[in-house]
Design a protein around this ligand. Structure first.
Ligand SMILES: [Zn+2]
Length: 343
């Protein structure tokens, strides 16, 4: 799969060389600088233009990672109508650190997740007697060892992979990505007492190698892709992988609604009641269809007081319905595999 992709891009890049030769240069540039710039451009041609792709090339690109068969079981355990998987990405300071950020204020906003958000989340889960999955960047686990102990203390929550330092994995070469995944698994095994069996990639991003590496490292599932509302088998380059996908979606994530960027003017903070309406609607749909409701949250985002009140309201609403199965992602995946006979 990797070699095929590389070859396709090489062919495409060679194919557009004539267009580069037509580039016009500003009159202020000297001939020597033009020559230097031209030779540099010859070595680094522009990416392919989308409208010049052949059908075969397009099929190869979209087929690298694709949704395979629907793995929805005929019934959930004990006759439940829906499986609810609450997940919390314990990012804390890593979102700042992965870009080599040093802002004390931004780091403190991340620290809030471990210090203020997580205790509220764990208390809510305990009050309602429900499990959850925590996806943890290894650096975040190293910085917050007491938090890791708190997460695993109840014995019902799951800890999953979420990168080393919330790196942008699509920018990594294969060897680096493999090394970071292995080191992350080792750190989480040491600090959580059990080797993770599932992953959520940082920012839900994927490199061409991610799914293959995850399978090689023995992971059972991923929860980072968006091709369906139902659990499905991941297919890589046309070959079923046996990996189960528990799909996510930005509408089922707290970050797009509640986070802001001080320097770009992106400040979408929404009223929590509007977000409740969206999440309730998605749960109602999953309940009617008999599938899964997977919610992604972040302690530094959902952990604020008024948002925790909204999450409590949502959990109470879901519990008011008969036959709702609250489970970790791992429990959902193992059940799905047992019913579907996935290798
Ligand atoms: Zn994250």
């Amino acid at each position: 799969m990797r070699f095929g992709a590389t070859a396709a891009f090489t062919i495409l890049w060679l194919g557009i060389t004539p267009h580069i030769a037509c580039t016009r240069w500003p009159a202020t540039q000297t001939p020597s600088s033009v020559t230097t710039a031209r030779s540099r451009q010859s070595r680094q041609p522009a990416p392919p233009r989308a409208w010049e792709l052949s059908e075969a090339q397009i099929r190869e690109m979209v087929g690298r990672v694709r949704a395979g068969r629907d793995l929805s079981p005929k019934a959930w355990p004990n006759g439940a109508r829906v499986a609810v998987g609450l997940s919390f990405d314990f990012d804390n300071e890593t979102v700042t650190l992965r870009d080599a950020g040093t802002s004390v204020s931004q780091l403190s906003q991340g620290e809030y997740g471990a210090r203020a958000g997580l205790p509220r989340i764990l208390a809510l889960l305990e009050r309602h007697g429900i499990p959850a999955s925590f996806f943890v960047p290894a650096v975040s686990a190293l910085l917050h060892e007491p938090s890791m102990k708190a997460i695993v203390r109840s014995g019902v929550h799951e800890v999953g992979l979420h990168g080393w330092i919330h790196e942008r994995n699509s920018q990594l070469d294969e060897a680096t990505e493999r090394d970071l995944m292995k080191r992350s698994l080792d750190v989480l095994e040491r600090l959580a007492g059990r080797r993770p069996v599932g992953m959520r990639t940082p920012s839900w991003d994927y490199s061409p190698y991610t799914i293959t590496l995850a399978k090689q490292l023995g992971l059972l599932y991923d929860s980072s892709l968006m091709a369906d509302d139902r659990p499905y088998e991941v297919v890589a380059a046309g070959i079923p992988t046996g990996m189960v996908e528990l799909p996510v979606e930005w509408i089922l994530d707290d970050a797009p609604y509640f986070t802001m960027d001080r320097f770009t003017g992106i400040r979408p903070t929404m009223n929590q009641d509007e977000v409740f309406a969206i999440w309730k609607g998605e749960f109602d749909g999953a309940y009617a269809e008999g599938t899964v409701f997977v919610l992604t949250m972040h302690p530094q985002v959902i952990g604020h007081r008024h948002r925790m009140a909204m999450l409590e309201q949502l959990v109470s609403y879901m519990k008011s319905k008969p036959d709702v199965w609250f489970a970790t992602h791992e429990e959902i995946v193992r059940y799905v595999k047992s019913q579907a006979g996935t290798p």
